[in-house]
Design a protein around this ligand. Structure first.
Ligand code: IMP
Ligand code: MG
Length: 194
């Protein structure tokens, strides 16, 4: 595998990600199916399930996840901006634009690449909950538990990782490396933009 100059080492190889994503998809699909059935609906009827991937980092994870979930679902992409400007620290989070989807009475799954401070998913959960959904769950590929600034636990976690800056499989540093097929740790110089 080619190793770009800024990559320190592969943390999670491609085949481990694929296997874990398949497991997660099976669990999530089973839970969502049961939730819809508990409402007295058929999982194959109507628009009962809304998946909400956080742009842009969640695109690769979401693309793999949904293709392993044989369920009737719709996608509502959301963009959350972190501030202030530092790309590696999110000290605050704000929703860019409006939620377009009607999520009242629906089962919502928030999807993100990584759970770090917790602010992104905490913000989104609050916004979604204020719209009267039937349920709100969250799925993340990676969880950096040590970095949590607000209390937030995801319902589905692919891998717990140490407090290191990672790229690949959707995750970026300054917009780069989202297309790496594995998750890798970058050298500190790359994080600092040198
Ligand atoms: P939180 O709001 O701090 O939980 O931030 C989550 C967001 O921070 C993710 O959606 C990522 O965009 C970004 N992030 C946090 N840690 C990393 C990392 O190690 N690599 C790339 N992006 C990260
Ligand atoms: Mg992100």
């Amino acid at each position: 595998m080619p190793s770009p100059r800024e990559i320190d080492r592969v943390l999670i190889p491609r085949d481990r990600i694929a296997a874990r994503v398949r497991e997660m998809a099976a669990r999530i699909a089973e839970d969502l199916r049961a939730a819809v059935a508990a409402d007295g609906h058929s999982p194959d009827e109507g628009h009962r399930i809304v998946l909400m991937p956080v742009m842009t980092g969640a695109i690769v994870f979401t693309a793999d996840l949904i293709r392993e979930m044989p369920l009737r679902l719709s996608l509502e992409l959301v963009t959350v901006s972190s501030y202030p400007g530092q790309s590696t620290e999110s000290r605050g989070a704000t929703l860019a634009g409006e939620l377009r989807a009607d999520i009242a009475g629906k089962h919502v799954l928030l999807i993100d690449d990584i759970l770090d401070s917790g602010r992104t998913l905490d913000l989104l959960r609050g916004i979604v909950e204020s719209r009267g959904p039937a349920s709100v769950r969250s799925a993340v590929l990676l969880d950096k538990k040590a970095r949590r600034a607000v209390p937030f636990e995801a319902d589905y976690v692919g891998f717990e990782i140490p407090d290191e800056f990672v790229v690949g499989y959707g995750l970026d540093v300054a917009g780069r490396y989202r297309n790496l097929p594995f998750v890798a740790v970058v050298k500190p110089d790359a994080v600092l933009g040198k």
